[in-house]
Design a protein around this ligand. Structure first.
Ligand code: COI
Length: 357
């Protein structure tokens, strides 16, 4: 589908980052962004690619008062022969529409959404970095902007896509991270918005995240909100454990984000003959496995985090070192297999790669 949009030239393009080893995550933005507006009478309209800039928003807007906001995160990769490709974008498109459904925000037609992604990434292709482990992070987001204070489903919304050249999400890179299991705050409840990618879930996670960081941890691992026993997710990634040869990951029961990297890792693990169980896993089971030596590996999966080994797990007064504080063989295999596909070093036998330019 060819996108029908207007283009406003950026008269002040920025210099591209010289040292790609210092990109970090989400601090540098490209020259352009995609925008379109929605109202119930006209649907989505005024598709445009405009210079990256501040966005004027009405002070009474739904997004400011009632948190009507959803987002996605996916990446475009530069291959050794200079091609630009995205990884499983249709999964992000579908997940964003599921998030929109949960928050009463409007749907975006799948073909239109794909064409928007292709067009903005095509426009910004020179911003896709070249160095190993770097990519262009694509952040579509949508917010409700009805300009009045009544609490109602949204009738006006804006959809935006911004892009950021990125390196590793964690300062640790591919080295193991320290994770604190949170015993007080919860991130999401069943029947709530945990499975949707909405800003409110992340806002609710900030207090515990801040506390964990102050105590020397990279991130928080959430427990379920009812019994405070079952492992959920980290927030910036889903989690997987290798216990006695079996891969275990929390089942998607409504309060955990259905990660696309999670799904891809499960598919890869099954193909390689691992037994993968998507089920409830309690913190007691995890620490019993750690104490008896059967917790062999732990890692997180996410678009930003890719596959990130967990080296230390802290809960109340106990701390366990996993895999000797080193990346384990299954974690390394997943990281290598996935990143080889993403950067075009291995054949895409799954139909996961979507070429852009
Ligand atoms: C992602 O992995 O793309 C995320 O959205 C996680 C985080 C940076 C919020």
């Amino acid at each position: 589908m060819k996108l029908d949009y207007r283009f406003v030239r950026n008269e002040n393009p920025k210099p591209h980052p010289e040292d790609e080893s210092k990109l970090g995550f989400g601090r540098i933005f490209t020259d352009y962004m995609f925008m379109m507006d929605y109202d119930s009478a006209n649907g989505w309209h005024d598709m445009r690619i405009v210079p990256f800039d501040y966005i004027p928003v009405h002070p009474a807007s739904t997004v400011f008062h009632y948190g009507a906001e959803i987002f996605e995160g996916l990446k475009a990769y530069r291959t050794a022969d200079g091609k630009i490709q995205m990884f499983r974008p249709v999964e992000n498109i579908r997940r964003m529409n599921n998030s929109a459904e949960r928050l009463c925000l409007p749907q975006v037609d799948e073909e239109l959404f794909m064409s928007i992604l292709e067009t903005i990434v095509g426009t910004e292709k020179d911003w896709v970095p070249h160095s190993d482990g770097t990519s262009l992070y694509i952040r579509p987001f949508m917010y409700g902007n009805d300009p009045h204070l009544g609490v109602h489903a949204v009738h006006n919304a804006t959809f935006v896509v911004i892009c950021s050249p990125v390196g590793a999400y964690y300062a640790e890179g591919i080295n193991p991270v320290r994770i604190a299991i949170e015993s007080t705050d919860v991130r999401a409840v069943r029947g709530g918005t945990g499975y949707a990618k909405c800003g409110g879930n992340y806002a609710a996670s900030l207090r515990a995240g801040e506390k964990a960081e102050k105590n020397g941890f990279t991130q928080v691992l959430w427990l379920d909100s009812v019994e405070r026993r079952y492992i959920e997710e980290v927030g910036s990634m889903n989690v997987m454990f290798k216990i006695n040869g079996e891969i275990v990951t929390p089942a998607l029961l409504g309060s955990v984000l259905p990660g696309i990297t999670r799904k891809s890792c499960i598919e890869l693990l099954k193909e390689k003959g691992y037994k993968v169980s998507e089920r409830k896993i309690s913190v007691d089971e995890l620490f019993e496995a750690a104490a008896s030596g059967t917790l062999e590996e732990a890692w997180g999966t996410g678009t930003a985090a890719v596959v990130s080994p967990i080296g230390w797990l802290h809960y109340l007064d106990s701390e366990y070192t996993v895999s000797g504080g080193k990346i384990g063989p299954v974690t390394q295999m997943l990281y290598d297999t996935l990143t080889d596909i993403q950067w075009g070093r291995a054949a895409d036998t799954h139909g996961w790669i979507h070429p852009v330019a």
